[in-house]
Design a protein around this ligand. Structure first.
Ligand code: NAI
Length: 254
């Protein structure tokens, strides 16, 4: 266990996209970052992306350790957090960012696609919060930030599983905020709009165009637009904010 006053930050899904930008927003000499990642399709590419996140954080003067850990596996999550606590003795910040989509119209949606999205996006966050909250309650300090989505509030045709998981994240955030507030643990959610990452890259051009036309600020968001708000919520400056859903969407939802 380390005996110093560095912060320990845990980010799920830190190999790419918004998760990588979140890791970078915490990079610095006073923070130890642990992130996980997982791909059943191309584990080598995911590992290479994770190595790149570690390198970028190191270049920015920080330290990050990336491990292939599936948030849908209770066993793997227990081992992951055990490692973090064994090595650092604490968890100051948890960002539940890992997420997937498996889109399709409701009437044709396979039960396996519903289950996979709920298990990773919603139950994965529950698994991580449950373990991290115990450490945070003991410390009488903690910051939990969950990635919801604008569609968790508005609904979105073709994404019943994803929308339900993100609406669930909002309910989980509010409940955890109420349960943990007395121990000085805040819990908030970010609802991003349309952000340029691998997740949105695969959308058809006409869908992208339609989404862009709904953004009053006139551009898609960048992962850094989300990461900077997360860094703020994890900071001392946000110590009186809990149970909130902060929309970061260029005004897509007003
Ligand atoms: P991405 O697809 O670029 O990256 C996903 C990350 O999650 C990767 O690091 C991947 O390794 C990890 N991951 C996937 N399945 C995992 C599992 N089973 N266990 C552990 N890690 C896993 O996604 P992006 O766009 O960066 O999204 C990040 C979060 O932001 C997600 O929760 C997403 O739902 C949310 N979001 C994204 C929006 C966007 O426009 N990109 C909009 C609203 C919300």
């Amino acid at each position: 266990m380390q005996d110093d006053d560095k912060r320990t930050v845990v980010v799920t899904g830190g190999s790419r996209g918004i998760g990588r930008a979140i890791c970078l927003s915490f990079a610095g000499p006073d923070t130890r970052i642990y992130f996980n990642y997982f791909s059943p399709v191309d584990p080598d590419a995911e590992k290479a992306a994770a190595d790149e996140t570690e390198k970028l954080v190191a270049d920015a003067g920080g330290s990050a350790k990336g491990l292939s850990v599936n948030v849908a596996s209770q066993e793997e999550i227990i081992d992951f957090f055990k490692k973090v606590i064994d090595e650092t003795g604490r968890i100051d910040v948890l960002v539940n960012n890992a997420g997937i989509t498996k889109d399709g119209f409701l009437v044709r949606m396979k039960e396996s696609d519903w289950d996979a999205v709920m298990d990773i996006n919603l139950k994965g966050a529950f698994r991580c919060i449950k373990i991290a909250a115990r450490a945070m309650m003991k410390q009488r300090f903690g910051r939990i930030i969950n990635l919801a989505s604008i569609v968790g509030v508005t609904g979105n045709a073709g994404q019943a599983n994803y929308v339900a998981s993100k609406a669930g994240i909002i309910g989980l955030t509010k409940t955890a905020a109420k349960e943990l507030a007395s121990r000085n643990v805040t819990v908030n959610a970010i609802a991003p709009g349309f952000i340029e990452t691998d997740m949105t890259e695969s959308l058809p051009d006409d869908v992208k165009k339609a989404m862009l036309s709904q953004i009053p600020l006139g551009r898609a968001g960048k992962p850094e637009d989300i990461a900077s708000v997360i860094a703020f919520l994890a900071s001392e400056k946000a110590s009186y904010i809990t149970g909130q859903v902060i929309h970061v969407s260029g005004g897509m939802y007003i």
